[in-house]
Design a protein around this ligand. Structure first.
Ligand code: AMP
Length: 127
């Protein structure tokens, strides 16, 4: 398969501390920060620290420790921001865009955590 990782992408720069971010959570293998153009009251991006282009790349090549850390970080972000569906949270949507069809803009694996309002249908019906 073999994905080429561009280390000049904006999230690589955030991970290197070259540009600022509004950090929500830091773990050994993951970082969560606020999306710069939020589409909902809660819009957080969770990224692995490792050089993975997309979810497929991450799932295939990340270590078990990285995958566990990332998965737990997503859950923690949901709880911390109040969008975990249980315990009084309002619920959320997780989105991982990939490639052309997914309209991925930043080529570093990331999961969008969206919530804080009713988000509507997942996608408009195909026209
Ligand atoms: P995607 O289309 O899934 O690749 O989404 C990339 C996301 O990154 C968009 O929602 C952007 O608003 C967000 N984004 C781009 N640059 C930054 C940045 N410097 N800090 C935080 N979020 C960013």
């Amino acid at each position: 398969m073999g994905y080429a990782y561009d280390d000049q992408n904006i999230f690589a720069k955030i991970l290197r501390g070259e540009i600022p971010n509004k950090t929500v959570l830091e773990t050994e293998h993951s970082l969560a920060f606020e999306d710069i153009q939020p589409l909902a009251p809660t819009h957080v991006l969770v990224i692995p620290r490792g050089a993975y282009v997309n979810y497929d790349h991450f799932a295939a090549e990340a270590s078990d420790a990285e995958i566990v850390d990332f998965t737990r970080a997503v859950g923690e972000v949901c709880r911390q921001t109040g969008v975990a569906p249980g315990g009084g949270g309002g619920g959320h949507r997780l989105i991982a865009n990939a490639g052309e069809a997914g309209v991925q803009e930043v080529p570093h694996m990331h999961l969008h955590v969206l919530g804080g309002r009713v988000l509507g249908r997942m996608l408009p019906k195909a026209g």
